[in-house]
Design a protein around this ligand. Structure first.
Ligand code: AHR
Length: 343
């Protein structure tokens, strides 16, 4: 009898654990599209444009702002029904989500590709199903026939702006020909932001024999990895003059590592710090002089996306690429923008 009771208890525990795990996978891991606001049945009643949006993850404040911008613009009040899926930094999750959108026969697929390579098969499936694909934030390699349009930043131009800021800053101080040791913390290799920003910066760097690129290492666009990589570089190289950090999160991490090593950054410090994104916390560091230059990457792409989809719905021609407006922030201009920064 005792044994039977134990068996029943063990079964109950197993069933409860199974149910808990099921719930958790809905919260943390599911890459299949989930409905965000309403159930499917109400869709049929209303004339909403159904959009499947696969976001690549939630690694940064920039990314959270980008997601919110799209969710806010593709609202029911604005005529949309949005299916949102977060791939949590895994390409296979994005592919799975896109396949889910295809099988649901959404009107449009919007996605921010984690990497440039690897989309041909799934986007051919979307094309065969007659579903237009819109790329946001990042691009894909290969055939441009696989998507209708792109909305986002000119990443190469961002990289160039960083290089030109450095060039002008040195020239202004009469130090144009001084030898300069540079380390670059990059985003994940193979992503548009890494490829573009590196290419743009290197175009300027290649014009300067005195600029030496000591290392280019990925900090995965995160604070933790940015700190880890910077700490390693500080152990490896004694004399770093410039840190180019391809997003603000990595910059925050790198600055922690630099401070822990007893070193300083910025206009009054030992190393020049160049960052990308322009989130509020970083702009405050530009204002206090600890970051020399922050090249903006504008995450507010939702309204333009909604506009473009409405054009497509109306049968109007759209451009192949739309670039959002972006600035360069330094101590000279940042106070004009800080108070309006909401992210
Ligand atoms: O692709 C845009 C980049 O991705 C942003 O610079 C970064 O913060 C984000 O994670």
């Amino acid at each position: 009898m005792k044994n039977e009771k134990r068996l029943v208890m063990a079964l109950v525990v197993l069933v409860v654990m199974f149910l808990v795990l099921l719930g958790a996978s809905g919260d943390f891991g599911s890459a299949t599209p989930q409905q965000t606001t309403e159930d499917e049945s109400s869709l049929a009643d209303e004339d909403l444009i159904v959009v499947g949006f696969s976001q690549l993850g939630s690694e940064s404040v920039w990314r959270a702002t980008h997601t919110a911008s799209i969710q806010n613009a593709l609202s029911k009040e604005n005529g949309f029904f949005l299916q949102y899926s977060n791939a949590r930094q895994k390409q296979e999750n994005q592919i799975k989500a896109i396949r889910g959108f295809i099988s649901q026969r959404v009107d449009y697929i919007v996605f921010s590709p984690l990497m440039e390579d690897g989309w041909e098969t799934v986007l051919t499936e979307a094309k065969d199903a007659g579903i237009p694909v819109i790329l946001v934030d990042r691009k894909i390699s290969g055939s441009s026939d696989l998507y209708t349009t792109f909305i986002g930043s000119d990443m190469e131009e961002e990289g160039r702006k960083a290089g030109l800021w450095l060039e002008n800053d040195l020239a202004r101080r009469g130090r144009a020909d001084d030898p300069l040791n540079i380390v670059v913390l990059t985003g994940p290799f193979g992503s548009t932001s890494q490829i573009g920003r590196s290419r743009g910066f290197m175009q300027v760097a290649s014009q300067h024999e005195s600029w030496k690129i000591l290392a280019q290492e990925s900090g995965d666009f995160t604070v933790v990895k940015g700190k880890e990589v910077m700490a390693k570089l500080l152990r490896q190289y004694e004399d770093i003059d410039v840190v180019v950090s391809q997003n603000d999160e990595m910059t925050f991490g790198a600055m922690e590592a630099i401070a822990e090593a007893g070193l300083t950054t910025g206009i009054y410090g030992k190393m020049k710090m160049i960052s990308f994104d322009g989130v509020k916390d970083a702009l405050e560091l530009v204002d206090s002089g600890k970051i020399n230059c922050d090249v903006e990457c504008n995450p507010l792409q939702g309204e333009l996306l909604a506009e473009v989809i409405k054009k497509l719905e109306a049968g109007e021609r759209v451009e192949k690429e739309y670039f959002v407006d972006e600035l360069v922030f330094t101590k000279n201009n940042v106070s004009d923008y800080l108070s309006d920064r909401v992210y």
